[in-house]
Structure formats: structure tokens, C-alpha cells
Write a protein that binds this ligand. Structure first.
Ligand SMILES: C[S@@+](CC[C@H](N)C(=O)[O-])C[C@H]1O[C@@H](n2cnc3c(N)ncnc32)[C@H](O)[C@@H]1O
Length: 291
């Protein structure tokens, strides 16, 4: 599957190289793959790459993320904020603002009143007419869509803090710098706030699953300096000031959902270096624990 995907990508025009990869340009081996990855982000209309899904509904987020997500979002009040990293078209945020959301989440409605402010981040601008219409009917900046940059290129001052952060097949699945991504995301979380994210085709905490495509590695792998495996869940559990739960989900390919709750401010993320990156939806990545 990954090989087929790679062939398709080779046929695509390389649209442009992201300047934001400047820090990686010293790694010539990765440049071709980064270029192919850029062409996936920039694919539009008929050319959107098969498998690059940009319109998942909020209901799909709730099924794919850890079990506490639906409740955490429904509990947000008007003074709270939700960040969706790698939002695609921002459909999940539009669903949160749809009247049907309140009908399905009656319990928290009083507390919610006017809803939390929601911010969508995407590398490419995938806003739809529905996004524009919805934004126009809501208060200024009630929903915001930021594009043109990766998460790591935003500062805390620019974005502020959030009670809930989601990432469904967004930056966490696509980044070439997993530890920096996590540092940035946790830096944007309020104390006791939660980051909900997910990876597909990853070796789960209980070790019961094998790579989905026979003969291929897991899509995201981490190894220790001696080459031994470090599961993503175990790596996340080494982050200080973070309470982590890992939950297997029966999506196809199977996924693992992660909830990372920030319990104190002194967050340190064990640093990782990139050792393998093959463009895709999502890309195939291997990282090595530094030190
Ligand atoms: C496959 S789409 C997923 C969209 C949406 N979450 C959904 O499920 O429909 C991937 C999204 O992640 C974004 N993305 C990838 N890497 C990112 C990064 N490092 N920072 C911010 N967004 C990123 C892409 O621009 C795109 O919006």
C-alpha cells in the first residue's frame, strides 16, 4: 500500500518546498520525501490524494479519540478555548457549532451557554463556503482558521492557551519533529487541559498488534539509541507533568488514541531525532531517542 502510494506521488508535480523545513535542509536524504509531502498538502480539487481525508466530522473525532474527549469538549464554557491542530476543512469545529450538537449534548448545555472559542490550524487553507458563512454569523474570532504555517511556527503569545486540543491525523501524524510538536502543543495547554490525539498503525501499549501491511513497518516507530523499540505510548509516558492514557481503537488500519493531560507546568519531552521519513497519508516515520 505504501509503495503504491509512493508511485502515485511520484507522478504529481512538486508544487513547492516549505521554507519552514529550513532546519531539516541539512538532511539531504529527506528532501525528496519532504517535497512529496508538500505536494500532498497542496493537492486540490480532483487531485486531492486518495487517503488524504480533510473533512472528518466531530462524530468521527469522538469515535477515534480517547473516550473522555466527547465529555471534555461538551464541558467547555464560553470562557474556554479549543484548538484543532491539522483541522483540514474544519468540519469538526463546524459540527460543534451546529444546533444538532446541543441536541446531542443536552447535559452540559447550561454550563456551555455560548460555546468555547475554537481555533483551527492547517498548513494549507481548506476553508469551505460553509466555514466562511458560519464564521460570519458568529461573533468576531469565535471560530478562527489559521493556515500557511506548521504548529511549531506559532508562539504562545500568538495563540494563547487552550483547555482542549485535538489532533486527528493532523500534525502529530505528519510532523517530522515529533518531540518538538509535542513540546509546542503542551506549551499551549492550560493546566489540567487535555490534548487528544491518535496514531494509526502504531505498536500499541499492550504490544498485541503487528504492522497493518505485511512486510512494512508500523507507520510511526521510535527506537532507543541501541536500536531497541520504544513504543509511542511509553515515550509519551516519559513526558514530565503529563498524565497519559493510551487506548486501542478498532479503526482500519487499527489506531491508538492518546490523552495527554497537563498536570503541572514543568513539561519536558524526551527529545527524538528523525531517522526515516517516507511521504504518505500519513507518512511513514521512524525516530530515535536522543542521549
Ligand atoms: C489528513 S488532514 C486531517 C484533517 C482533519 N483533522 C480531519 O480529520 O479531517 C491533515 C491536516 O493536518 C495538517 N498538518 C499536518 N502537519 C501539520 C503541522 N505540523 N502543523 C499544523 N498542521 C499540520 C494539514 O495541513 C491538514 O490540515
Amino acid at each position: 500500500m505504501i509503495q503504491i502510494r509512493a508511485v502515485v506521488l511520484l507522478l504529481l508535480p512538486i508544487l513547492w518546498l516549505a521554507a519552514s523545513h529550513a532546519e531539516d535542509l541539512g538532511s539531504p536524504n529527506f528532501n525528496d520525501e519532504f517535497s512529496k509531502q508538500e505536494s500532498i498538502y497542496r493537492s486540490e480539487g480532483q487531485q486531492v490524494i486518495e487517503g488524504y481525508t480533510v473533512d472528518r466530522a466531530l462524530l468521527t473525532y469522538a469515535h477515534g479519540l480517547s473516550s473522555g474527549f466527547d465529555r471534555a469538549l461538551a464541558s467547555l464554557g464560553p470562557a474556554d478555548r479549543w484548538l484543532d491542530i491539522g483541522a483540514g476543512q474544519g468540519q469538526a469545529i463546524l459540527d460543534y457549532y451546529a444546533p444538532s450538537y446541543d441536541r446531542m449534548h443536552f447535559a452540559g448545555r447550561d454550563r456551555r451557554g455560548a460555546k468555547a472559542q475554537a481555533v483551527a490550524i492547517s498548513i494549507e487553507d481548506r476553508r469551505t463556503p460553509l466555514w466562511q458563512q458560519t464564521a460570519a454569523t458568529l461573533g468576531v474570532n469565535q471560530i478562527q482558521y489559521l493556515s500557511g504555517r506548521r504548529l511549531r511556527e506559532y508562539s504562545l503569545k500568538e495563540l494563547g492557551r487552550f483547555q482542549v486540543i485535538t489532533d486527528v491525523m493532523g500534525g502529530f501524524s505528519y510532523t517530522d519533529n515529533l518531540s518538538r510538536f509535542m513540546e509546542t502543543a503542551l506549551g499551549l495547554l492550560e493546566l489540567n487541559g487535555s490534548l487528544f490525539t491518535v496514531l494509526q498503525d502504531v505498536h500499541r501499549e499492550d504490544g498485541t498488534n503487528s504492522p497493518f501491511y505485511p512486510g512494512s513497518p508500523f507507520l510511526t516507530e521510535i527506537v532507543n539509541a541501541d536500536g531497541s523499540e520504544l513504543k509511542v505510548c511509553s515515550w509519551l509516558k516519559r513526558i514530565t507533568c503529563a498524565e497519559v492514557t493510551c487506548e486501542g481503537k478498532s479503526w482500519e488500519p487499527p489506531t491508538e488514541a492518546f490523552r495527554i493531560r497537563k498536570v503541572c507546568n514543568d513539561v519536558t519531552v524526551p527529545p527524538l531525532g528523525l531517522v526515516h521519513y517516507q511521504a504518505g497519508t500519513p507518512p511513514e516515520r521512524r525516530f530515535e531517542l536522543k542521549h
